[in-house]
Design a binder for this molecule. Sequence first.
Ligand code: MIC
Ligand code: SF4
Length: 650
Amino acid sequence: MGQTLTEKILDDHLVEGELETGEEIGIEIDQVLTQDTTGTMVWLQFEAMGLDEVQTEIAAQYCDHQTYQFDFKNTDDHRFLRSAAGTYGAHFSRPGNGICHNVHRENFAAPGKTLLGSDSHTPTPGGIGELAIGSGGIDVTVAMGGAPYYIEMPEIVSVRLEGELPEWATAKDVILELLRRLSVKGGVGKILEYTGPGVESLTAPERMTITNMGTELGATTSIFPTDHQTEDYLERVGRGDEYVELQPDDDADYDDEIVVDLSDLEPLIAQPSMPDKVVPVSEVEGESVEQVIVGSCTNGGYEDILPVAKMLEGRETSMETETIVAPGSKQASEMLAREGWVAEMMAAGVNFSEATCGACIGIGHVPSSDSVSLRTFNRNFEGRSGIEDDNVYLCSPEVAAAASIKGEIIDPRNLADEVGDLEAPGVELPDEYDGSKTDLISPDEAVDDELIKGPNIGDVPLKDQLDADISGEALLKMEDNITTDHIIPATQDILMYRSNVPKLSEFTLSRVDDTFADRALEADGGFLVAGENYGQGSSREHAALCPMYLGIEGVLAQSFARIHRANLFNFGIIPLTIDEDTYENIDQGDDVEIVDDVYDAVTSGQEEFTVRVGDEEYTATLDASERERAILAAGGKLAWTKDQAEGGSG
Ligand code: MIC
Ligand code: SF4
């Protein structure tokens, strides 16, 4: 039987296990990336584990999420990160140089390599055949120290592309179509491998828009085969010699197949406040738009902004609509500036912004109350823009530019009919990606060789070994699809405490119940209860670390998102799966007790646990590998790794 492309790369990197769906495998990691809001913990944990040098081929520390320095806290973080990169041997990308995924794809991403990153959109370079996976920070720490990364072998699904995109339909519409069909949990436990004759027509940047947003499906990662488009892109970024041809075998066996005929696609839009609430743009036409933002790691490339510039050339943005363009990398800004496009956009009314995540996580450009903001981003979770009652729509740059001209949501095909001389801009790559590299400091050029910890840099909290008896109150009962933005919101006032866990913990689940942190501390233990897909969204391990700090010992949910589930193990919180009936029968405030000796049950491999809720008993399941059980029993990955190093059995 032939192999899929994913299997080929995994096989090449396999250090433990077999490529059987559901089996735990250990893979070697070639490259790691981290960013400022997850990176401080990565390095503090690196230090706490007693590691002294990066072991992967490439390690890159980006400063992209919180680059506006409101006070010393962010600057403390940035300086600490630069010092850690210098001390341990990572590349350092300075604040303002761009979003990690954009800068990584321009400089380091390569076909056939494995990449692990402490950011959920790490799969972006899957578009050029890199097997790239997002994880919690501590998994990156451990991989950077040279250890394998362990995951449960996902199902491999072929997404077969046929036909070619018609005018005005874009790569963004391909992934929005998949979200429409599969929902935000449709990719959990899966790797999406793109196949079929339609692949060839998509340029590498278009493929990377698709793989980037595969994260919103919950997929472990997404990957494209490599071909002349990949080679062409690598040549243009000046790394043509890194091209390798990677294709699945003709008789590769996939677990499932989804067919998308590109020629059937039309401009689509995700409505507030979930990326899978997708409809054709024409269905929501006429809605007035106060703000348009083009940018983010999904659509912030040179090739994404150029169409907007072309559509706006010689026109003016609507008086009612504020239009912001924030490129994904400084290189993209520099190139667009040299070619005159920045001036062209500014003349049309665009507010040109720094290359940063910024507005995507509620830092700057917060929409006004009760207004519509249309963005080319990948997520529109409630409140993420910085205000609670936001109405954020997600769409392609072309749809965003159309709204900016019209002042309301409009299918660009209809706008073209209305204005007469508007042509579909199509996709155009620059001859050469030739921005300056002054903001990327290689380990050889490092300016620091010891850690610099200002007052904003705290310690890494540790948890004791797992208890035998776990009981407490069901402190909060939540619904399906709770995001990590609900658990630990981003936004500027909160994000600056990512290196200060006691302070950050005060905001835990505040978006669901603003008394939660106080109640949890007072209760000194207890459970969270949730529906399906608990913890979807970001990789932020703070969403497990802060509940751990507040004393939460278990989460009872109908299902978990992949990265968050791993983070719960990594911070010693037991994730138990319950069925719908059990979920219905637990009320917030109920007394919950795990009847089994939890430590013994976890370490002996027991799968079914008895959970007593008031007078009733229910069954909950722990579906975990031996390694995950050992990590949980030790009180989390830091304690477990230290035990291992000291020769303990864990
Ligand atoms: C996000 O898009 O939610 C983030 C902010 O990039 C996160 C990382 C973080 O919380 O720092 C992610 O996607 O992992
Ligand atoms: Fe940054 Fe937004 Fe991309 Fe996350 S999704 S990496 S916040 S641009």
